[in-house]
Ligand binder design. Structure first.
Ligand SMILES: O=P(O)(O)OC[C@H]1O[C@@H](O)[C@@H](O)[C@@H](O)[C@@H]1O
Length: 586
Protein backbone atom coordinates (compact mmCIF):
# COMPACT_ATOMS: atom_id res chain seq x y z
CA UNK A 1 0.00 0.00 0.00
CA UNK A 2 1.58 3.27 -1.04
CA UNK A 3 0.14 5.31 1.83
CA UNK A 4 1.33 4.35 5.33
CA UNK A 5 -1.22 4.03 8.11
CA UNK A 6 -1.72 7.26 10.02
CA UNK A 7 -3.46 8.15 13.22
CA UNK A 8 -7.11 8.64 12.34
CA UNK A 9 -7.72 12.37 12.22
CA UNK A 10 -10.54 12.16 9.67
CA UNK A 11 -13.59 13.65 11.38
CA UNK A 12 -16.64 11.42 10.99
CA UNK A 13 -19.01 13.84 12.72
CA UNK A 14 -18.22 17.35 11.51
CA UNK A 15 -20.39 19.99 13.17
CA UNK A 16 -21.39 23.51 12.30
CA UNK A 17 -21.45 25.73 15.40
CA UNK A 18 -24.35 28.10 14.93
CA UNK A 19 -23.67 31.44 16.54
CA UNK A 20 -26.24 33.43 18.47
CA UNK A 21 -28.88 30.67 18.95
CA UNK A 22 -27.41 28.73 21.84
CA UNK A 23 -30.79 28.12 23.49
CA UNK A 24 -32.85 27.56 20.35
CA UNK A 25 -32.83 23.75 20.39
CA UNK A 26 -34.07 21.19 22.88
CA UNK A 27 -34.03 17.41 23.08
CA UNK A 28 -36.13 14.56 24.43
CA UNK A 29 -39.87 14.06 23.91
CA UNK A 30 -40.84 15.56 27.27
CA UNK A 31 -38.94 18.81 26.73
CA UNK A 32 -40.17 19.04 23.16
CA UNK A 33 -43.81 18.60 24.23
CA UNK A 34 -43.29 21.24 26.94
CA UNK A 35 -41.82 23.68 24.41
CA UNK A 36 -44.80 23.17 22.12
CA UNK A 37 -47.24 23.65 25.00
CA UNK A 38 -45.54 26.94 25.86
CA UNK A 39 -45.92 28.07 22.28
CA UNK A 40 -49.60 27.08 22.34
CA UNK A 41 -50.16 28.92 25.62
CA UNK A 42 -48.41 32.02 24.33
CA UNK A 43 -51.04 32.31 21.61
CA UNK A 44 -53.75 32.93 24.26
CA UNK A 45 -56.30 31.55 21.80
CA UNK A 46 -59.26 29.30 22.55
CA UNK A 47 -58.37 27.09 19.63
CA UNK A 48 -54.99 26.07 18.22
CA UNK A 49 -54.30 23.74 15.31
CA UNK A 50 -50.85 22.18 15.60
CA UNK A 51 -49.62 20.59 12.38
CA UNK A 52 -46.73 18.12 12.46
CA UNK A 53 -45.89 17.27 8.87
CA UNK A 54 -43.35 14.51 8.43
CA UNK A 55 -40.88 13.17 5.89
CA UNK A 56 -41.84 9.58 5.04
CA UNK A 57 -39.98 7.19 7.31
CA UNK A 58 -40.41 9.25 10.48
CA UNK A 59 -41.48 6.84 13.21
CA UNK A 60 -45.11 7.88 13.67
CA UNK A 61 -45.71 5.43 16.51
CA UNK A 62 -42.91 7.00 18.52
CA UNK A 63 -44.25 10.46 17.70
CA UNK A 64 -47.75 9.45 18.79
CA UNK A 65 -46.80 7.59 21.93
CA UNK A 66 -44.21 9.98 23.28
CA UNK A 67 -45.26 13.39 22.14
CA UNK A 68 -48.77 13.69 20.76
CA UNK A 69 -50.16 11.75 23.72
CA UNK A 70 -48.50 14.25 26.06
CA UNK A 71 -50.46 17.12 24.52
CA UNK A 72 -54.01 17.89 25.72
CA UNK A 73 -55.56 17.54 22.26
CA UNK A 74 -59.33 17.42 21.80
CA UNK A 75 -58.90 16.03 18.30
CA UNK A 76 -55.98 14.19 16.72
CA UNK A 77 -55.94 13.67 12.96
CA UNK A 78 -53.61 11.23 11.22
CA UNK A 79 -53.01 12.50 7.66
CA UNK A 80 -52.89 8.88 6.49
CA UNK A 81 -56.68 8.81 6.70
CA UNK A 82 -56.87 11.05 3.63
CA UNK A 83 -54.36 9.11 1.57
CA UNK A 84 -55.59 7.41 -1.59
CA UNK A 85 -55.64 3.61 -1.64
CA UNK A 86 -52.52 1.58 -2.31
CA UNK A 87 -54.00 0.47 -5.64
CA UNK A 88 -54.78 4.06 -6.70
CA UNK A 89 -51.30 5.21 -5.77
CA UNK A 90 -49.79 2.31 -7.65
CA UNK A 91 -51.79 3.16 -10.76
CA UNK A 92 -50.63 6.77 -10.49
CA UNK A 93 -46.92 5.91 -10.34
CA UNK A 94 -46.80 2.64 -12.30
CA UNK A 95 -44.97 4.21 -15.25
CA UNK A 96 -42.37 5.77 -12.94
CA UNK A 97 -41.95 2.60 -10.94
CA UNK A 98 -41.25 0.27 -13.91
CA UNK A 99 -40.59 -3.46 -13.55
CA UNK A 100 -36.84 -3.11 -13.35
CA UNK A 101 -35.20 -3.78 -9.95
CA UNK A 102 -32.95 -0.72 -10.12
CA UNK A 103 -34.17 1.88 -12.59
CA UNK A 104 -37.37 3.89 -12.50
CA UNK A 105 -38.35 7.19 -14.07
CA UNK A 106 -38.00 10.43 -12.10
CA UNK A 107 -41.41 11.59 -10.93
CA UNK A 108 -42.91 15.04 -11.40
CA UNK A 109 -45.92 14.25 -9.19
CA UNK A 110 -47.16 16.67 -6.57
CA UNK A 111 -48.08 15.24 -3.19
CA UNK A 112 -51.74 16.28 -3.40
CA UNK A 113 -52.22 13.79 -6.26
CA UNK A 114 -51.70 11.02 -3.70
CA UNK A 115 -54.52 12.27 -1.46
CA UNK A 116 -58.28 12.00 -1.83
CA UNK A 117 -59.75 15.50 -1.97
CA UNK A 118 -63.12 14.35 -0.52
CA UNK A 119 -61.40 12.79 2.46
CA UNK A 120 -59.34 15.94 2.92
CA UNK A 121 -62.55 18.02 2.91
CA UNK A 122 -64.12 15.74 5.54
CA UNK A 123 -61.09 16.08 7.78
CA UNK A 124 -61.06 19.84 7.28
CA UNK A 125 -64.72 20.00 8.37
CA UNK A 126 -63.91 17.98 11.51
CA UNK A 127 -60.98 20.25 12.29
CA UNK A 128 -63.02 23.43 11.92
CA UNK A 129 -65.79 22.05 14.13
CA UNK A 130 -63.36 21.17 16.92
CA UNK A 131 -62.46 23.36 19.91
CA UNK A 132 -59.28 23.58 21.98
CA UNK A 133 -56.12 21.92 20.70
CA UNK A 134 -56.23 20.00 17.42
CA UNK A 135 -53.17 18.03 16.31
CA UNK A 136 -52.82 17.02 12.65
CA UNK A 137 -49.81 14.85 11.95
CA UNK A 138 -48.05 12.57 9.49
CA UNK A 139 -46.62 12.88 5.96
CA UNK A 140 -48.84 15.32 4.05
CA UNK A 141 -50.49 16.79 7.20
CA UNK A 142 -50.02 20.34 5.88
CA UNK A 143 -52.13 19.47 2.83
CA UNK A 144 -55.11 19.24 5.15
CA UNK A 145 -54.40 22.49 6.95
CA UNK A 146 -51.43 24.76 7.54
CA UNK A 147 -52.71 25.25 11.11
CA UNK A 148 -51.53 27.83 13.62
CA UNK A 149 -48.25 26.19 14.57
CA UNK A 150 -46.23 24.15 12.10
CA UNK A 151 -43.62 21.56 13.00
CA UNK A 152 -41.73 19.74 10.26
CA UNK A 153 -40.35 16.34 11.32
CA UNK A 154 -37.39 15.57 9.09
CA UNK A 155 -35.26 12.51 8.44
CA UNK A 156 -32.06 12.01 6.40
CA UNK A 157 -32.09 9.58 3.49
CA UNK A 158 -29.18 7.60 4.86
CA UNK A 159 -31.15 6.86 8.05
CA UNK A 160 -34.18 5.92 5.95
CA UNK A 161 -32.04 3.41 4.09
CA UNK A 162 -30.82 1.90 7.38
CA UNK A 163 -34.46 1.45 8.42
CA UNK A 164 -35.21 -0.23 5.07
CA UNK A 165 -32.30 -2.58 5.58
CA UNK A 166 -33.29 -3.49 9.12
CA UNK A 167 -36.68 -4.47 7.74
CA UNK A 168 -38.43 -1.76 9.79
CA UNK A 169 -39.67 0.35 6.94
CA UNK A 170 -41.41 0.14 3.61
CA UNK A 171 -42.23 2.93 1.19
CA UNK A 172 -44.87 5.52 1.82
CA UNK A 173 -48.32 4.62 0.48
CA UNK A 174 -47.70 0.88 0.21
CA UNK A 175 -47.31 -2.00 2.57
CA UNK A 176 -43.99 -3.35 1.29
CA UNK A 177 -41.62 -3.66 4.24
CA UNK A 178 -40.62 -7.13 3.00
CA UNK A 179 -39.98 -6.13 -0.59
CA UNK A 180 -36.52 -6.41 -2.16
CA UNK A 181 -34.38 -3.54 -0.77
CA UNK A 182 -33.39 -2.44 -4.28
CA UNK A 183 -37.04 -1.99 -5.22
CA UNK A 184 -37.83 -0.02 -2.06
CA UNK A 185 -34.81 2.20 -2.68
CA UNK A 186 -35.89 2.64 -6.31
CA UNK A 187 -39.38 3.77 -5.32
CA UNK A 188 -37.89 6.24 -2.84
CA UNK A 189 -35.21 7.57 -5.19
CA UNK A 190 -37.36 7.99 -8.28
CA UNK A 191 -40.67 8.98 -6.71
CA UNK A 192 -41.11 9.34 -2.97
CA UNK A 193 -38.13 11.54 -2.11
CA UNK A 194 -38.74 13.77 -5.14
CA UNK A 195 -42.38 14.30 -4.20
CA UNK A 196 -41.71 14.85 -0.51
CA UNK A 197 -38.74 17.19 -1.12
CA UNK A 198 -41.08 19.27 -3.29
CA UNK A 199 -43.73 19.23 -0.58
CA UNK A 200 -41.38 20.04 2.29
CA UNK A 201 -39.50 22.96 0.72
CA UNK A 202 -42.19 25.62 1.35
CA UNK A 203 -42.96 24.07 4.74
CA UNK A 204 -39.36 24.34 5.88
CA UNK A 205 -39.48 28.00 4.91
CA UNK A 206 -42.34 28.75 7.27
CA UNK A 207 -42.15 26.06 9.96
CA UNK A 208 -42.09 27.23 13.58
CA UNK A 209 -39.98 24.23 14.55
CA UNK A 210 -37.90 21.56 12.83
CA UNK A 211 -37.92 18.17 14.49
CA UNK A 212 -34.88 15.94 13.97
CA UNK A 213 -36.03 12.32 14.20
CA UNK A 214 -32.88 10.63 12.96
CA UNK A 215 -32.03 8.91 16.23
CA UNK A 216 -34.79 6.67 17.58
CA UNK A 217 -35.93 7.85 21.04
CA UNK A 218 -33.57 10.85 20.80
CA UNK A 219 -35.61 13.54 19.14
CA UNK A 220 -34.24 17.06 18.87
CA UNK A 221 -36.18 20.19 18.01
CA UNK A 222 -34.96 23.60 16.91
CA UNK A 223 -36.87 26.78 16.16
CA UNK A 224 -37.44 27.61 12.51
CA UNK A 225 -35.65 30.91 13.02
CA UNK A 226 -32.51 29.24 14.40
CA UNK A 227 -32.63 26.53 11.72
CA UNK A 228 -32.60 29.20 9.01
CA UNK A 229 -29.89 31.20 10.78
CA UNK A 230 -27.80 28.00 10.89
CA UNK A 231 -28.32 27.33 7.19
CA UNK A 232 -27.53 30.93 6.26
CA UNK A 233 -24.37 30.80 8.33
CA UNK A 234 -23.44 27.55 6.55
CA UNK A 235 -23.64 29.26 3.15
CA UNK A 236 -21.06 31.79 4.30
CA UNK A 237 -18.32 29.42 5.50
CA UNK A 238 -16.54 26.17 4.61
CA UNK A 239 -18.38 23.10 5.89
CA UNK A 240 -18.53 19.34 5.67
CA UNK A 241 -21.48 16.98 5.47
CA UNK A 242 -21.64 13.83 7.61
CA UNK A 243 -19.92 11.02 5.72
CA UNK A 244 -21.41 7.57 5.69
CA UNK A 245 -19.66 4.27 5.09
CA UNK A 246 -21.11 1.21 3.49
CA UNK A 247 -19.82 -2.34 2.98
CA UNK A 248 -20.03 -4.03 -0.41
CA UNK A 249 -19.04 -7.23 -2.16
CA UNK A 250 -15.84 -5.61 -3.50
CA UNK A 251 -15.11 -3.51 -0.40
CA UNK A 252 -11.62 -3.13 1.08
CA UNK A 253 -9.81 -2.44 4.34
CA UNK A 254 -8.05 0.92 3.78
CA UNK A 255 -10.82 3.18 5.06
CA UNK A 256 -11.38 0.98 8.08
CA UNK A 257 -7.83 1.57 9.29
CA UNK A 258 -7.42 5.08 7.97
CA UNK A 259 -10.68 6.43 9.36
CA UNK A 260 -10.87 4.28 12.49
CA UNK A 261 -14.09 2.50 11.49
CA UNK A 262 -15.68 -0.54 13.12
CA UNK A 263 -12.93 -3.17 13.05
CA UNK A 264 -15.58 -5.91 13.19
CA UNK A 265 -17.11 -4.87 9.86
CA UNK A 266 -16.09 -7.24 7.05
CA UNK A 267 -15.08 -4.35 4.80
CA UNK A 268 -16.08 -0.88 3.67
CA UNK A 269 -16.69 -0.30 -0.01
CA UNK A 270 -18.15 3.20 -0.29
CA UNK A 271 -17.87 6.35 1.69
CA UNK A 272 -20.21 9.12 0.61
CA UNK A 273 -18.51 12.29 1.79
CA UNK A 274 -20.29 14.91 -0.27
CA UNK A 275 -23.50 13.69 -1.79
CA UNK A 276 -25.67 16.35 -0.15
CA UNK A 277 -28.80 14.71 -1.52
CA UNK A 278 -28.20 11.75 0.83
CA UNK A 279 -25.83 13.01 3.54
CA UNK A 280 -26.83 15.00 6.57
CA UNK A 281 -25.57 18.14 8.29
CA UNK A 282 -24.86 18.48 11.98
CA UNK A 283 -25.66 21.91 13.37
CA UNK A 284 -24.82 22.67 16.99
CA UNK A 285 -26.96 25.09 18.97
CA UNK A 286 -25.35 25.46 22.40
CA UNK A 287 -25.34 21.98 23.96
CA UNK A 288 -27.73 20.48 21.46
CA UNK A 289 -26.78 18.93 18.16
CA UNK A 290 -29.37 18.83 15.40
CA UNK A 291 -29.05 16.53 12.41
CA UNK A 292 -30.85 17.54 9.24
CA UNK A 293 -30.69 16.27 5.67
CA UNK A 294 -28.05 18.38 3.89
CA UNK A 295 -30.52 18.47 1.02
CA UNK A 296 -32.45 21.03 3.12
CA UNK A 297 -29.60 23.49 2.60
CA UNK A 298 -29.68 22.85 -1.17
CA UNK A 299 -33.47 23.22 -1.33
CA UNK A 300 -33.62 26.37 0.76
CA UNK A 301 -30.48 28.34 -0.11
CA UNK A 302 -29.44 27.17 -3.58
CA UNK A 303 -28.25 30.56 -4.82
CA UNK A 304 -25.87 31.30 -1.96
CA UNK A 305 -24.64 27.70 -1.87
CA UNK A 306 -24.29 26.92 -5.57
CA UNK A 307 -23.94 30.40 -7.06
CA UNK A 308 -26.12 32.01 -9.72
CA UNK A 309 -24.79 30.15 -12.74
CA UNK A 310 -24.85 26.70 -11.16
CA UNK A 311 -28.28 27.27 -9.68
CA UNK A 312 -29.61 28.50 -13.02
CA UNK A 313 -28.30 25.38 -14.74
CA UNK A 314 -29.09 22.67 -12.20
CA UNK A 315 -31.88 24.11 -10.07
CA UNK A 316 -31.89 23.15 -6.41
CA UNK A 317 -29.58 20.19 -6.97
CA UNK A 318 -25.98 19.86 -5.86
CA UNK A 319 -24.27 18.65 -9.04
CA UNK A 320 -20.84 17.58 -7.75
CA UNK A 321 -20.29 14.27 -5.96
CA UNK A 322 -17.18 13.22 -4.01
CA UNK A 323 -17.09 9.69 -2.66
CA UNK A 324 -14.60 6.95 -1.91
CA UNK A 325 -14.39 3.47 -3.41
CA UNK A 326 -12.07 1.22 -1.41
CA UNK A 327 -10.84 -2.01 -3.00
CA UNK A 328 -7.56 -2.27 -1.06
CA UNK A 329 -7.79 -5.80 0.26
CA UNK A 330 -11.02 -6.06 -1.75
CA UNK A 331 -12.05 -6.91 -5.31
CA UNK A 332 -12.72 -5.31 -8.68
CA UNK A 333 -15.87 -3.20 -9.02
CA UNK A 334 -18.31 -4.51 -11.61
CA UNK A 335 -17.23 -3.83 -15.19
CA UNK A 336 -19.69 -1.07 -16.08
CA UNK A 337 -20.76 1.86 -18.21
CA UNK A 338 -22.95 4.91 -17.56
CA UNK A 339 -25.69 6.33 -19.80
CA UNK A 340 -25.08 9.12 -22.28
CA UNK A 341 -26.97 12.34 -21.57
CA UNK A 342 -29.77 11.71 -24.06
CA UNK A 343 -30.18 8.15 -22.79
CA UNK A 344 -30.56 9.15 -19.15
CA UNK A 345 -32.94 11.95 -20.14
CA UNK A 346 -35.10 9.86 -22.42
CA UNK A 347 -35.24 6.69 -20.34
CA UNK A 348 -35.04 7.81 -16.74
CA UNK A 349 -36.07 11.46 -16.75
CA UNK A 350 -32.77 12.68 -15.27
CA UNK A 351 -31.57 15.94 -16.76
CA UNK A 352 -27.84 15.27 -16.54
CA UNK A 353 -25.82 12.12 -16.54
CA UNK A 354 -23.36 10.13 -14.48
CA UNK A 355 -20.04 11.46 -15.75
CA UNK A 356 -17.24 10.34 -13.49
CA UNK A 357 -13.55 10.36 -12.67
CA UNK A 358 -11.29 8.34 -10.38
CA UNK A 359 -8.61 10.23 -8.45
CA UNK A 360 -6.32 7.67 -6.86
CA UNK A 361 -5.64 8.36 -3.19
CA UNK A 362 -3.64 5.21 -2.56
CA UNK A 363 -2.90 2.01 -4.42
CA UNK A 364 -1.27 -1.38 -4.02
CA UNK A 365 1.81 -1.79 -6.25
CA UNK A 366 -0.08 -3.95 -8.77
CA UNK A 367 -3.29 -1.89 -8.79
CA UNK A 368 -5.01 -1.25 -12.11
CA UNK A 369 -7.97 0.63 -13.51
CA UNK A 370 -10.05 -0.89 -16.32
CA UNK A 371 -10.80 1.79 -18.87
CA UNK A 372 -12.09 1.70 -22.44
CA UNK A 373 -12.10 -1.15 -24.91
CA UNK A 374 -9.11 -2.65 -26.67
CA UNK A 375 -8.27 -1.27 -30.10
CA UNK A 376 -9.65 -3.35 -32.95
CA UNK A 377 -12.10 -5.47 -31.02
CA UNK A 378 -15.40 -6.40 -32.61
CA UNK A 379 -18.30 -4.80 -30.62
CA UNK A 380 -20.67 -7.66 -31.43
CA UNK A 381 -18.12 -10.23 -30.25
CA UNK A 382 -17.73 -8.41 -26.94
CA UNK A 383 -21.51 -8.15 -26.44
CA UNK A 384 -21.90 -11.85 -27.29
CA UNK A 385 -19.22 -12.69 -24.74
CA UNK A 386 -20.95 -10.54 -22.11
CA UNK A 387 -24.30 -12.18 -22.79
CA UNK A 388 -22.80 -15.66 -22.61
CA UNK A 389 -21.17 -14.72 -19.29
CA UNK A 390 -24.50 -13.40 -18.05
CA UNK A 391 -26.18 -16.69 -19.00
CA UNK A 392 -23.54 -18.39 -16.86
CA UNK A 393 -21.98 -20.24 -19.80
CA UNK A 394 -18.44 -18.91 -19.26
CA UNK A 395 -16.48 -16.08 -17.68
CA UNK A 396 -16.30 -12.83 -19.65
CA UNK A 397 -12.93 -12.61 -21.39
CA UNK A 398 -11.99 -9.16 -20.08
CA UNK A 399 -8.33 -9.63 -21.17
CA UNK A 400 -9.49 -9.79 -24.75
CA UNK A 401 -11.78 -6.77 -24.71
CA UNK A 402 -11.02 -4.27 -21.93
CA UNK A 403 -7.89 -2.16 -21.32
CA UNK A 404 -6.14 -2.19 -17.98
CA UNK A 405 -3.83 0.59 -16.87
CA UNK A 406 -1.57 0.71 -13.83
CA UNK A 407 -2.86 3.01 -11.08
CA UNK A 408 -0.77 4.81 -8.49
CA UNK A 409 -1.45 7.53 -5.93
CA UNK A 410 -2.41 10.89 -7.49
CA UNK A 411 -3.26 9.49 -10.92
CA UNK A 412 -6.51 10.92 -12.28
CA UNK A 413 -8.63 8.79 -14.64
CA UNK A 414 -11.43 10.61 -16.45
CA UNK A 415 -14.57 8.64 -17.22
CA UNK A 416 -17.05 10.44 -19.45
CA UNK A 417 -20.35 8.53 -19.71
CA UNK A 418 -20.23 5.81 -22.35
CA UNK A 419 -16.73 4.63 -21.37
CA UNK A 420 -16.50 1.02 -20.16
CA UNK A 421 -14.63 1.04 -16.85
CA UNK A 422 -14.10 -0.09 -13.31
CA UNK A 423 -11.55 0.27 -10.60
CA UNK A 424 -9.58 -2.91 -9.97
CA UNK A 425 -8.70 -4.49 -6.64
CA UNK A 426 -6.04 -2.73 -4.56
CA UNK A 427 -7.15 0.83 -5.27
CA UNK A 428 -8.42 3.64 -3.07
CA UNK A 429 -10.43 5.90 -5.32
CA UNK A 430 -11.66 9.39 -4.59
CA UNK A 431 -14.48 9.68 -7.10
CA UNK A 432 -15.00 13.20 -8.37
CA UNK A 433 -18.10 12.95 -10.45
CA UNK A 434 -21.47 14.35 -11.39
CA UNK A 435 -24.00 13.63 -8.65
CA UNK A 436 -26.10 10.85 -10.24
CA UNK A 437 -24.66 7.63 -8.87
CA UNK A 438 -27.14 4.81 -9.31
CA UNK A 439 -27.13 4.77 -13.12
CA UNK A 440 -24.51 2.06 -13.28
CA UNK A 441 -25.10 -0.41 -16.09
CA UNK A 442 -23.18 -3.43 -14.89
CA UNK A 443 -21.89 -5.45 -17.83
CA UNK A 444 -20.05 -8.16 -15.93
CA UNK A 445 -19.79 -8.80 -12.21
CA UNK A 446 -16.96 -11.32 -12.31
CA UNK A 447 -19.29 -14.26 -11.71
CA UNK A 448 -19.84 -13.43 -8.06
CA UNK A 449 -22.91 -12.74 -5.95
CA UNK A 450 -23.68 -9.68 -3.81
CA UNK A 451 -23.52 -9.51 -0.01
CA UNK A 452 -27.08 -10.86 0.11
CA UNK A 453 -26.01 -14.01 -1.73
CA UNK A 454 -27.89 -13.05 -4.90
CA UNK A 455 -26.39 -12.01 -8.24
CA UNK A 456 -26.31 -8.22 -8.53
CA UNK A 457 -28.42 -6.81 -11.38
CA UNK A 458 -26.61 -6.70 -14.72
CA UNK A 459 -27.93 -4.42 -17.49
CA UNK A 460 -26.22 -5.38 -20.74
CA UNK A 461 -29.34 -4.35 -22.71
CA UNK A 462 -28.90 -0.77 -21.49
CA UNK A 463 -25.12 -0.86 -21.62
CA UNK A 464 -24.93 -1.90 -25.26
CA UNK A 465 -26.89 1.18 -26.24
CA UNK A 466 -24.48 3.60 -24.63
CA UNK A 467 -20.98 2.11 -24.98
CA UNK A 468 -18.78 4.40 -27.02
CA UNK A 469 -16.79 1.96 -29.18
CA UNK A 470 -14.38 4.74 -30.26
CA UNK A 471 -12.91 4.87 -26.78
CA UNK A 472 -10.19 2.35 -27.46
CA UNK A 473 -6.67 1.90 -26.10
CA UNK A 474 -4.98 4.81 -27.83
CA UNK A 475 -7.89 7.20 -27.36
CA UNK A 476 -8.18 6.42 -23.67
CA UNK A 477 -4.44 6.79 -23.16
CA UNK A 478 -4.33 10.18 -24.77
CA UNK A 479 -7.63 11.60 -23.49
CA UNK A 480 -8.51 10.05 -20.16
CA UNK A 481 -5.36 9.28 -18.18
CA UNK A 482 -3.44 11.94 -16.30
CA UNK A 483 -4.47 14.78 -18.53
CA UNK A 484 -2.44 17.05 -16.31
CA UNK A 485 -1.49 20.56 -17.28
CA UNK A 486 0.63 22.90 -15.13
CA UNK A 487 -1.14 26.24 -14.77
CA UNK A 488 0.60 28.53 -12.37
CA UNK A 489 2.85 28.76 -9.37
CA UNK A 490 3.88 31.10 -6.60
CA UNK A 491 5.83 31.16 -3.37
CA UNK A 492 5.57 27.58 -2.05
CA UNK A 493 2.72 26.41 -4.33
CA UNK A 494 1.88 25.28 -7.82
CA UNK A 495 -1.41 24.63 -9.53
CA UNK A 496 -2.34 22.00 -12.12
CA UNK A 497 -5.43 21.24 -14.09
CA UNK A 498 -6.19 17.51 -13.85
CA UNK A 499 -9.56 17.24 -15.61
CA UNK A 500 -12.22 16.45 -16.28
CA UNK A 501 -12.78 15.46 -19.91
CA UNK A 502 -14.39 18.12 -22.12
CA UNK A 503 -17.68 16.16 -22.21
CA UNK A 504 -17.92 16.54 -18.42
CA UNK A 505 -19.02 19.76 -16.74
CA UNK A 506 -16.65 19.58 -13.77
CA UNK A 507 -13.28 21.31 -13.72
CA UNK A 508 -10.62 19.96 -11.36
CA UNK A 509 -7.49 21.69 -10.11
CA UNK A 510 -4.73 20.34 -7.93
CA UNK A 511 -2.58 22.56 -5.74
CA UNK A 512 0.68 21.27 -4.30
CA UNK A 513 1.64 23.62 -1.49
CA UNK A 514 3.91 24.16 1.47
CA UNK A 515 2.80 27.79 1.92
CA UNK A 516 -0.68 29.33 2.00
CA UNK A 517 -2.64 29.39 -1.28
CA UNK A 518 -5.30 31.96 -2.16
CA UNK A 519 -8.48 30.64 -3.77
CA UNK A 520 -11.73 32.25 -4.88
CA UNK A 521 -15.07 30.62 -5.59
CA UNK A 522 -15.68 33.00 -8.52
CA UNK A 523 -19.36 32.69 -7.73
CA UNK A 524 -19.51 28.88 -8.00
CA UNK A 525 -19.56 26.26 -5.28
CA UNK A 526 -16.14 24.63 -4.79
CA UNK A 527 -15.67 21.11 -3.44
CA UNK A 528 -12.22 20.11 -2.22
CA UNK A 529 -10.38 17.23 -0.67
CA UNK A 530 -7.04 17.29 1.13
CA UNK A 531 -5.43 14.53 -0.93
CA UNK A 532 -1.99 14.84 0.65
CA UNK A 533 -0.88 16.06 4.06
CA UNK A 534 -2.28 15.67 7.55
CA UNK A 535 -3.95 19.00 8.16
CA UNK A 536 -4.67 22.40 6.66
CA UNK A 537 -6.64 25.45 7.72
CA UNK A 538 -9.13 27.22 5.50
CA UNK A 539 -9.25 30.91 6.39
CA UNK A 540 -11.05 34.03 5.30
CA UNK A 541 -8.56 36.72 4.21
CA UNK A 542 -10.91 39.33 5.67
CA UNK A 543 -12.05 37.28 8.69
CA UNK A 544 -15.56 36.69 7.43
CA UNK A 545 -15.67 33.14 8.77
CA UNK A 546 -13.93 31.24 11.55
CA UNK A 547 -10.79 29.31 10.53
CA UNK A 548 -11.83 25.81 9.46
CA UNK A 549 -9.52 22.84 9.98
CA UNK A 550 -9.44 20.00 7.46
CA UNK A 551 -7.63 16.69 7.72
CA UNK A 552 -6.26 14.20 5.26
CA UNK A 553 -8.93 12.80 2.90
CA UNK A 554 -11.73 14.99 4.23
CA UNK A 555 -13.99 16.51 1.60
CA UNK A 556 -15.15 20.06 2.29
CA UNK A 557 -17.51 22.44 0.56
CA UNK A 558 -16.92 26.15 -0.02
CA UNK A 559 -20.26 27.78 -0.83
CA UNK A 560 -20.28 30.15 -3.80
CA UNK A 561 -21.15 33.07 -1.50
CA UNK A 562 -17.84 32.70 0.38
CA UNK A 563 -15.77 34.32 -2.40
CA UNK A 564 -12.12 34.58 -1.32
CA UNK A 565 -10.57 31.92 0.89
CA UNK A 566 -7.06 30.84 1.75
CA UNK A 567 -5.75 27.36 2.51
CA UNK A 568 -2.81 27.33 4.88
CA UNK A 569 -0.81 24.14 5.43
CA UNK A 570 -0.20 22.88 8.95
CA UNK A 571 3.22 21.41 8.23
CA UNK A 572 5.80 22.01 10.93
CA UNK A 573 8.05 19.65 8.95
CA UNK A 574 7.71 21.77 5.78
CA UNK A 575 6.16 18.88 3.83
CA UNK A 576 4.13 19.49 0.70
CA UNK A 577 0.35 19.14 0.92
CA UNK A 578 -2.12 18.84 -1.93
CA UNK A 579 -5.77 19.74 -2.44
CA UNK A 580 -7.99 18.64 -5.29
CA UNK A 581 -10.66 21.23 -6.08
CA UNK A 582 -13.74 20.83 -8.26
CA UNK A 583 -16.31 23.29 -9.58
CA UNK A 584 -18.84 23.55 -12.39
CA UNK A 585 -17.41 25.04 -15.58
CA UNK A 586 -19.05 27.62 -17.75
O1 LIG B 1 -21.44 -1.68 -9.56
P1 LIG B 1 -20.45 -1.72 -8.47
O2 LIG B 1 -19.45 -2.81 -8.65
O3 LIG B 1 -21.06 -1.78 -7.12
O4 LIG B 1 -19.63 -0.39 -8.55
C1 LIG B 1 -20.31 0.76 -8.29
C2 LIG B 1 -19.54 2.01 -8.29
O5 LIG B 1 -18.78 2.15 -9.46
C3 LIG B 1 -18.24 3.41 -9.71
O6 LIG B 1 -17.55 3.48 -10.91
C4 LIG B 1 -19.33 4.43 -9.71
O7 LIG B 1 -20.21 4.20 -10.76
C5 LIG B 1 -20.09 4.41 -8.42
O8 LIG B 1 -21.10 5.35 -8.47
C6 LIG B 1 -20.62 3.06 -8.19
O9 LIG B 1 -21.20 3.01 -6.90
Amino acid sequence: MSSPLRTASYDKSPEIYVQGFELAACEGWETIARTLLQKITQRSATKTVLVIDCYPGVDLTELQDHMIQALPATLTVDADQAKRSEADIHALIKRNLTDDRVFGVISCHQLDEFFDSDKIRDLQAKISAAEGLVVVYGPGAALITRGDILVYADLARWEIQQRYRRGELGNWGVNNTDEDILRRYKRAFFIEWRVFDRHKTPLLKSADFILDTNRPQHPVMVSGEAFHAGLRQTTAQPFRVVPFFDPGVWGGQWMKHQFDLDPEAPNYAWCFDCVPEENSLLMRFGNVRVEIPSQDLVLLYPQALLGEKVHARFGAEFPIRFDFLDTIGGQNLSCQVHPLTEYIQQNFGMHYTQDESYYILAAEPDAEVYLGIKTGIEPQAMLEDLRAAQRGEKAFDDEKFINRFPAKAHDHFLIPAGTVHCSGAGTMVLEISATPYIFTFKLWDWGRVGLDGLPRPVHIEHGEQVIDWQRDTAWVQSHLINHIEPLGHGEGWREERTGLHEREFIETRRHWFSEAVDHHTEGRVNVLNLVQGDEAIVESPDHRFEPFTVHYAETFIIPAAVGAYRIRPVNPDGKTLATLKAWVRG
